[in-house]
Design a binder for this molecule. Structure first.
Ligand code: PBG
Length: 326
């Protein structure tokens, strides 16, 4: 007795069938564009290790964000590069700090037409390049840093941010920021917690773009060890307990298992950050003619959605949105 072969290929036969039975999808609505804005320049400066990405002036930032809005991209996240750096990262919460200037200009430009997110961290603003204040011994001082993060969050919210995204991986940062925002009357401003942010070698190009490489040591005493997945559950539980509205996993592709387990653990929105190194690898291989860059880009972003992310922070946002508009 022979049995007919079970034919899974029937449903893969035409594009219409494949669309009909697709489990995951990637939409323009799933994209958030990370953008850099630099103080004291009068024209945008390209970032060599991230082809297609620039350090913006406030004016060129506004133009870029208008384009993204017209393409239907729902959100952006801002990173600032100040003219002067010091040990406390004073530029981060200054009323006229570069991120605050940019937020005010963008709020004027797009109204409520886009979600404006601000990265809340110190490394772009400190002369030592670490994400927190240092003790005399040169260690990152967790609790002293929390006060700075709270103050930065309030300055960003005052300037019009909808979402504060703390990326420094200090313990208690979400609770400190939530308390500071509420005290300042910003109950409606949301917190996107970089909950599971790993000490990754994939941030290299970003550190060029944001001019924030640590001047000594590394970030392994605050960012997560790539060996750990269960620890991500603990980070997520703590951040949600402290009031996080949304949870992020970063980087994305090497941590799809973490995205999947965070997805299983919470019904709150889950974000993934497709980081600078992930972007640079696609661009470099495509420039050599070794891969089909746009196809790999879509495959990577779809995989991140399939793993369970609701939305993706990606430097590919503009080009992917353009490709989806034909
Ligand atoms: C720290 C921060 C980093 C990134 C986002 N926020 C760099 C770091 O942790 O060293 C990296 C993002 C990317 O690589 O695209 N403020």
């Amino acid at each position: 007795m022979t049995f007919p072969v079970r034919r899974l290929r029937r449903l893969r036969r035409t594009p219409a069938f494949r669309r009909l039975v697709a489990e995951a999808d990637l939409r323009v609505d799933d994209l958030v564009a990370p953008l850099f804005v630099k103080q004291g320049i009068d024209a945008p400066e390209p970032v060599a290790s991230m082809p297609g990405v620039a350090q913006h002036t406030v004016a060129s930032l506004c133009a870029e964000v208008r384009t993204l809005r017209d393409l239907g991209v729902p959100g952006v996240i801002l990173f600032g590069i100040p003219e002067h750096k010091d040990a406390r990262g004073s530029g981060a919460d200054a009323v006229d700090g570069i991120v605050q200037q940019a937020l005010r200009a963008l709020r004027d430009e797009v109204g409520d037409g886009m979600v404006l997110m601000a990265d809340d961290c110190l490394d772009e603003f400190t002369d030592h390049g670490h994400c927190g204040l240092l003790t005399p011994a040169g260690e990152v001082d967790n609790d002293a840093t929390l006060e700075r993060y709270g103050s930065i969050a309030v300055a960003q919210a005052d300037a019009g941010a909808d979402v504060i995204a703390p990326s420094g991986m200090m313990d208690g940062q979400v609770g400190a920021i939530r308390a500071a925002l509420d005290r300042a009357g910003h109950e409606h401003v949301a917190v996107l917690a970089y909950a599971a942010k790993y000490a990754s070698a994939l941030y290299g190009p970003f550190r060029d773009a944001a001019e924030c490489a640590p001047q000594f040591g590394d970030r392994k005493s605050y960012q997560m060890d790539p060996a750990n997945a269960r620890e991500a559950d603990a980070e997520v539980a703590l951040d949600l307990g402290e009031g996080a509205d949304m949870i992020m996993v970063k980087p994305a592709l090497a941590y799809l298992d973490v995205i999947a387990r965070v997805r299983a653990a919470t019904d709150f929105p889950v974000a993934a950050y497709h980081v600078s190194g992930e972007y640079a690898m696609i661009k470099a291989a495509a420039a050599n003619g070794w891969i089909d860059g746009p196809a790999v880009a879509l495959e990577h972003l779809l995989a991140i959605k399939r793993a369970g992310a609701d939305f993706i922070l990606t430097y590919l946002a503009r080009e992917v949105a353009e490709s989806m508009h034909g």
